[in-house]
Design a protein around this ligand. Structure first.
Ligand SMILES: C[S@@+](CC[C@H](N)C(=O)[O-])C[C@H]1O[C@@H](n2cnc3c(N)ncnc32)[C@H](O)[C@@H]1O
Length: 463
């Protein structure tokens, strides 16, 4: 049964949304949490009791998350003798509505609430760095957040602040989570809704390492639909909700899924932590296996090798077609080599050339294009992007030069390719000896003229 909110935060959220300045909205990531998701998030905190609760809401908006948490206190699921809330909100327009929300709980529940008119990053760094000018802040028992999302450049003031307390990260959302975690007491819990992008990729590695060192990952909730969680604001984002326990002993991870915050199709299961983060993975990728089968596959010791271990390189196709228009050819011709797009992929191989193709089937082989061509050989070409909604997420085709009678090389557009280490094509006898081209963003670049076996430069080998 849904717990009734004492404040109708959905109404307040909608009223405020029309008052916001659009530039600021993007800069400060002002996309507020709908009440059902706020309730789902607050519901993840383990029920219990204690003498004191100190709740942090960083980037509090109109207070929807704090309200959902306090409604659980009203419902008796969380029992504390004293409750203090510290809410940070940078926008004065929103802060006024936040104050109204918190007043309701101040009066109704005796909550002590402080609203900080401050940039949370600066304020938290000051506290953690022990600055003389820092406000005194107790360590928190609970933190709940839907932080702003925005990339932070490596030369930005935010990055410098964060570095000063040992936090290296690339987005406001991961900065907020890292700081909030650092401000928690041992045993304290943090619930956050954030994009899923931190789960893999090299940029978020320091954040993953920090998070998994500081806290035990207790629950992950995944929204299956990208367009529903924040549908009022038209946000298309793959979001997850995390429950972390600062300093907790890592055990199994509860993994739940639903299309949206209404959770009509809720499913959940327990995953061993080793299924989520492989013990031998130096990248600390966070894997969310969608089925029992993929969980078993992910945990299997048979799939532990990296591409580097296998002497296979991945690279992006280097041809940027709109910059090389003069060299593009609709159909093969003398002096041109195959140019491959994902549209050429067919049944695990290549259908080339394509009659009536609205893009290009070939590229001239000359001094301008030489550096973008791949030596003839076997490659696996992979389409770079796929949408979450697509049934088949990996779309690939084998480039088999035997299928094309003459070329010495080829080019790929918008795909990634793999070849053997040292950038050689996968070994196979080749008819003739000709270069091929692959367009961006995946490329293998011959470092020597195409005589003998060219050296290719790997772009994405993780080590
Ligand atoms: C994604 S919204 C979420 C608001 C609220 N937590 C919710 O769930 O509805 C992020 C909020 O953080 C505020 N904000 C952005 N940058 C901030 C900063 N550096 N310090 C404090 N608040 C910030 C924005 O104004 C916005 O209200």
């Amino acid at each position: 049964m849904a717990v009734p909110l004492t404040v109708d935060t959905d109404r307040v959220r909608r009223e405020v949304a029309v008052q916001l300045v659009s530039d600021r909205r993007a800069e400060w990531g002002q996309f507020m949490t709908p009440a059902p998701i706020a309730r789902l998030m607050a519901g993840l905190f383990p029920s219990g009791s204690g003498s004191e609760c100190r709740l942090l809401d960083a980037g509090a908006g109109v207070g929807s998350l704090t309200a959902a948490f306090l409604d659980r206190c009203i419902a008796g699921e969380l029992r504390f003798r004293r409750i203090h809330v510290d809410a940070y909100e940078i926008d004065p327009v929103i802060r006024a509505r936040l104050a109204e929300t918190l007043d309701v709980y101040r009066m109704g529940l005796g909550v002590e609430a402080r609203i900080h008119d401050a940039d949370f990053i600066r304020a938290a760094v000051d506290v953690l760095a022990g600055s003389l000018f820092a406000e005194s802040l107790p360590r928190f028992t609970h933190a709940i957040l839907n932080p702003p999302y925005r990339k932070i450049r490596s030369d930005s003031p935010e990055r410098a602040f964060l570095r000063s307390v040992g936090i290296e990260t690339v987005n406001l959302y991961s900065a907020f989570v890292a700081l909030a975690l650092a401000l928690l007491r041992r045993g304290g819990h943090l619930v956050a809704i954030i994009p899923r992008s931190f789960c893999n990729g090299p940029y978020y590695k320091p954040f993953r390492c920090f998070m998994l060192r500081q806290a035990a990952l207790r629950c992950v909730h995944l929204f299956d639909a990208r367009d529903r969680a924040f549908k009022d604001d038209g946000v298309l984002q793959e979001n997850v909700i995390l429950l972390l326990e600062r300093g907790g002993h890592q055990g199994d991870v509860r993994f739940s899924r639903s299309a949206d915050g209404l959770c009509a199709d809720w499913t959940e299961r327990l995953l061993q932590f080793e299924q989520v983060v492989h013990p031998s993975d130096p990248e600390r990728f966070i894997r969310l296996p969608l089925s029992e089968f993929s969980a078993r596959l992910s945990a299997s010791s048979r799939f532990r090798r990296t591409l580097c271990d296998l002497d296979v390189e991945v690279s992006t196709g280097p041809v940027v077609d709109f910059r090389m228009k003069d060299d593009l050819r609709r159909m093969p011709e003398e002096g041109a080599v195959p140019l491959l797009y994902p549209a050429h992929f067919r049944d695990g191989g290549m259908q080339w050339p394509k009659d009536g193709f609205r893009k290009w089937n070939a590229i001239a082989h000359n001094g301008r294009t030489e550096r973008w061509l791949f030596p003839a050989g076997f490659y696996v070409a992979v389409r770079r992007f796929s949408a979450k909604e697509e049934r088949r997420r990996v779309v690939a085709g084998v480039v088999d030069p035997a299928a094309w009678r003459a070329p010495r090389s080829s080019a790929l557009k918008t795909t990634s390719t793999s070849s053997t280490g040292g950038g050689r094509a996968c070994p196979n006898p080749l008819p003739g000896d000709w270069p091929a081209s692959l367009t961006p963003p995946y490329s293998m670049k011959p470092s020597a003229p195409s005589t003998g076996t060219p050296k290719l430069t790997p772009r994405t080998c993780a080590r």
